[in-house]
Ligand binder design. Structure first.
Ligand code: PEP
Ligand code: MG
Length: 326
């Protein structure tokens, strides 16, 4: 199998009927970087910057942040990299963060963009480090756990201020800056067109989005197999997002665990996703599926089944049968 996947790296990333799909990888530490070449990923779709904070014993200094980001971009050698601003809080606690609070429901609590907008010094330092590390290159930046569009506007103000500051001191700035939002909170589903217009790209965090759409704690093993992330309602949610991206000409990608299983990656591509990001070990198996996928047939399958008022079998079973038949 490993041999087969190695051979596949040389093949273009296309469905059987010739539609290109970007297979990107998730990463978070310098040790992940060699995987970029080994996996054959087209880039890094999610760089979890909080990992550097989680393995440290105090807040990483600005210089250390900048150094890591520069190493990531150097290792990527021109392949696209999307950095996510620190996503701490919730299940990701920093023992040295003195401002942390006790929360009844940390997943619904003071985390990610909520926390960093309240502690703008953290965000400012990180953004400055990213801007400096990306001098002369493209910076793709995304915000985790966005709930309201005003959070994007606030983050943009902080970014603009840092850009102005650095240009005043004649720093080498990124050639372009693309700002994206992660779609993890269902409130955004009811303002999709506004969201698509407010950002340069959207990345679905399916781990958190599934948790909040189904009201099921993503870490609770008792419930881990209870609800299916290939069930009709969740697939309809994903289709709604992909359609909104297309309608507004805003690139949409997905970077949760869902992208890493061939059967669910197949479903995502059938629903309209043309870019998905997964753990590096999944790239080979997903690419093997991709090159065999008759996409037009799968789109026909979804047209017939996804909105049908009554299905004889669960969607997962129907999708599995579709895959088995081919
Ligand atoms: C997600 O929620 O799907 C995601 C990619 O972010 P994380 O798993 O880091 O919360
Ligand atoms: Mg998340």
């Amino acid at each position: 199998r490993q041999e087969v996947y190695r051979e596949l790296r040389k093949k273009p990333s296309l469905t059987r009927d010739g539609v290109p799909v970007d297979l990107l990888m998730n990463a978070g530490l310098a040790v992940d970087l060699p995987q970029l070449t080994e996996s054959g990923a087209a880039g890094i779709g999610l760089f979890r910057t909080e990992l550097q904070f989680m393995v440290a014993s105090t807040f990483p200094r600005a210089e250390a942040q900048e150094r890591l980001y520069r190493d990531v971009l150097d290792a990527a050698r021109g392949k696209p990299v999307t950095f996510r601003t620190i996503d701490i809080g919730g299940d990701k606690v920093l023992p040295y963060f003195k401002g942390a609070i006790q929360e009844e429901n940390p997943a619904l609590g003071w985390r990610a963009i909520r926390l960093t907008l309240d502690r703008p010094g953290l965000l400012r330092t990180q953004i400055r480090a990213l801007l400096k590390a990306c001098g002369g290159r493209e910076l793709k930046l995304m915000l985790p756990m966005v709930t309201e569009l005003s959070e994007i506007a606030q983050a943009r103000e902080i970014i603009d201020r840092e850009v102005r500051h650095l240009s005043r001191f004649a720093h080498h700035l990124p050639t372009s800056l693309k700002l994206g939002a992660m779609l993890e909170v269902p409130s955004l589903l009811f303002q999709l067109d506004e969201l698509m217009k407010a950002v340069d790209f959207v990345s679905v965090g399916s781990n958190d989005l599934f948790q909040f759409v189904m009201a099921v704690d993503r870490g609770n093993t008792q419930l881990a197999d209870r609800f299916d992330n290939l069930s009709t309602p969740f697939l309809r949610v994903l289709k709604t997002i992909a359609d909104a991206g297309l309608r507004n000409d805003t690139p949409v990608t997905l970077c949760g665990e869902l992208a890493g299983k061939p059967i669910s990656a197949m479903a995502l591509i059938g629903l309209g996703f043309r870019s998905i990001s997964m753990s590096p070990a999944s790239i080979g198996p997903v690419k093997a599926m991709l090159t065999e996928l008759p996409l037009q047939e799968l789109e026909g399958f979804f047209n017939d089944n996804l909105m049908a008022p009554s299905q004889k079998l669960p969607m997962r079973a129907l999708l599995q049968a579709f895959a088995d038949d081919r």
